[in-house]
Ligand binder design. Structure first.
Ligand code: ADP
Ligand code: ASP
Ligand code: MG
Length: 412
């Protein structure tokens, strides 16, 4: 049995007209005799609408009920689309996460998939030619609905492809593939034919929301071939695969950005063993993802600790710091929400020096101040003022020869 998984995002199912275009895409593998698993997101804007409703009740809505609420968006999409298929005389049915089941841990609003019942999927595929599965949702041991975090339908699709050993996982979206940077921000962005799992992991973790990071982790772990492409054209998109010798061997493959950031400084804390543990343990326990961390050298036994967190976690973070700051001898807590993380990414950097200094020079030439820096072997990240985001992206994109009009080879 050859199986193709196809995922369609919110803009692809935003109304009934768009759903008819989705149908055309689904008919392609179906008419070739494949079994098709279609994973759908909620109609665009719906998840936000549901979250806003919950936030009208409370700033801290019950998370289990939140997941019951926001998962309904996907239920609407799959039921409507399954109706369309059945009208065409196709053997199809809709499936919610708990009906399969897609088992997750208990972490409401950011759950992780633990298992998808493969035998059940095979049985369902025996009886149906197309299964329409609700993305973004699963259920936990307590038989409660969970959701996988924003953008989680990508992860539903790739995990499903891994579970049923699909030939390919096609991620259909509103852009024709993975670009060198967000094509909606930089008109010079160029579509990549291929991108390695590692590069895509860095791009996703640094803010390129075209794929949710967990979906790339699954793809890499289970070697799922992923093809990111447009719902609204027939052009070939971008293949996300294992690095291989034929891959575009660019030094830098992309520029990502993440505006969902805040910078926090605890000023003049005691420089003694255990300070970092005192600071970061309660943040981790509260589920706050700390990203960049800088500790200055100490003067007179005191030091500043600066770190970044998702902007949505700022008030929670400040409450925690208020509780612990005295025990650390901290003089004050400073924070800034108007910051953005800009990252230069490329596996080609592994064997090259000088990429960081070129990035720093490019930002200097535009008079953009760098607030924090972090690096890995395939990425350089700079925290800058948010108002310079577009300028920084365009200048870095150009510096590394990624522009459409730029050179083919972006060697230094
Ligand atoms: P969907 O609703 O289909 O899941 P998303 O909005 O989650 O779509 O992701 C697609 C969007 O990702 C694009 O519209 C684009 O603005 C953004 N994006 C950010 N970085 C990139 C990139 N490097 N390549 C392509 N798209 C990107
Ligand atoms: N509907 C969910 C969201 O808006 C999941 C997804 O679209 O992937 O985040
Ligand atoms: Mg998405």
């Amino acid at each position: 049995m050859n199986i193709v998984v196809q995922k369609f995002g919110g803009t692809s199912v935003r109304n009934l007209e768009c759903m008819k275009q989705v149908l055309e895409k689904v008919l392609v593998p179906y008419e070739k005799g494949n079994k098709v698993i279609v994973v759908l997101s909620a109609m665009s804007g719906e998840t936000n609408r549901l979250i806003d409703l919950a936030n009208e009740w409370s700033d801290t809505p019950d998370l289990a009920e939140m997941d019951s609420l926001v998962s309904t968006g996907e239920q609407v999409s799959v039921a409507l689309f399954a109706m369309l298929l059945k009208d065409r005389g196709i053997k199809a049915r809709s499936l919610l996460g708990f009906q399969i089941p897609i088992k997750t841990n208990v972490a409401y609003t950011r759950a992780r998939i633990l298992d998808i019942d493969r035998e059940q999927m095979n049985a369902l595929l025996e009886d149906n030619d197309i299964l329409v599965v609700a993305g973004f949702q699963g259920c936990n041991e307590g038989k409660r609905i969970t959701t996988l975090g924003r953008g989680g339908s990508d992860t539903s699709a790739v995990a499903m492809a891994a579970a049923v050993d699909a030939d390919i996982c096609e991620i259909f979206t509103d852009v024709p593939g993975v670009f060198t940077t967000d094509p909606n921000i930089c008109s010079q962005a160029r579509k990549l034919d291929t991108v390695s799992y590692d590069e895509m992991l860095e791009m996703a973790s640094m803010g390129a929301k075209v794929l949710q990071i967990r979906s790339v982790e699954f793809a890499k772990k289970y070697n799922v071939k992923v093809h990111v492409r447009s719902t609204f054209s027939d052009e070939i998109g971008t293949y996300v695969t294992q690095e291989d010798v034929n891959m575009e061997s660019l030094l830098v493959s992309g520029i990502a950005y993440d505006k969902d950031q805040a910078r926090v400084t605890l000023a003049k804390v005691n420089d003694e063993p255990g300070v970092s543990a005192t600071l970061f343990t309660p943040l981790a326990e509260a589920g706050i993802l700390v990203d960049m961390i800088v500790q200055n050298p100490s003067r007179d036994g005191r030091t500043d600790m600066t770190f970044t967190i998702p902007r949505a976690d700022l008030s929670n973070t400040l409450e925690i710091l208020d509780r612990i700051k005295d025990s650390m001898g901290a003089e004050e807590v400073l924070y800034d929400q108007n910051v953005c993380k800009v990252s230069v990414i490329g596996v080609g950097m592994r064997n090259h020096s000088g990429v960081a200094s070129h990035a720093f020079q490019a930002l200097r030439d535009e008079n953009i101040n760098i607030l924090m820096i972090s690096t890995s072997e395939i990425k350089i990240t700079c925290l800058i003022e948010e108002k310079y985001t577009e300028l920084a992206i365009r200048t870095l994109h150009n510096t590394f020869g990624l522009d459409k009009s730029g050179s083919e080879e972006n060697m230094l």
